[in-house]
Design a protein around this ligand. Structure first.
Ligand code: GLN
Length: 185
């Protein structure tokens, strides 16, 4: 719909996947996985609602479609959103509470090395851009934190990240996601 999708296409293809841009409900047909990219969650939600994508996407993810949600995508997936627009009703599928732009003005963009559970080798370069702050987690698995706050979350076939792996030049998380998406077949 909007945001950093081109960078995800590049990263996914680098990780060996074939990709398709999803703009209508028909585009969901036959997918193994979907990326909800970073961008502006309010705009994304509004556009998805307008083209009738929100409901079918919710059904598909509920039904087990592998999902990689980054930054604004994580906001769109979250059950509770603070500092959103009044009409910002996203997918509400991931049991977390996030505050939009919750890292505040001074540190609204930063990089931090992250230790991510299940990822071998060196730390992952976390690129945070006006990132959501995860203020509450429910029945989900936190696989990375920064400054005591969750920044990477796993729940069944959902991987939600507060940062931008597609801008890091490190393909490990995209590879992990491609494996997850392929694991259903
Ligand atoms: N602040 C944006 C939002 O609320 C998210 C920023 C991003 O995706 N980099 O949607």
């Amino acid at each position: 719909m909007q945001g950093a999708f081109a960078e995800h296409v590049r990263a996914l293809e680098g990780a060996g996947a074939r990709t398709r841009l999803v703009r209508t409900r028909e585009d969901l047909e036959g997918l193994d996985g979907i990326v909800l990219p970073g961008g502006e969650s309010t705009t994304m939600t509004m556009l998805m609602e307008r083209v009738g994508l929100l409901e079918p996407l919710r059904d598909a993810i509920r039904g087990g479609l592998a999902t990689l949600a980054t930054c604004a995508g994580m906001i769109v997936l979250a059950k509770d959103v603070t500092d959103g627009m009044a009409e910002q009703q996203g997918l509400g599928l991931l049991d977390i509470g996030v505050r939009r732009n919750g890292y505040g003005r001074q540190v609204d963009s930063f990089e931090a090395p992250l230790h991510i559970d299940g990822l071998n080798g060196k730390t992952f370069p976390g690129v945070f851009i006006r990132a959501p702050l995860v203020e509450r987690t429910g029945d989900v698995e936190v696989i990375a934190s920064h400054d005591g706050r969750p920044v990477a979350i796993r729940h069944h076939r959902i991987l939600a990240l507060g940062f931008h792996p597609e801008l890091s030049g490190d393909l490990r998380l995209h590879r992990e996601f491609v494996r997850l998406a392929a694991s259903r077949n």
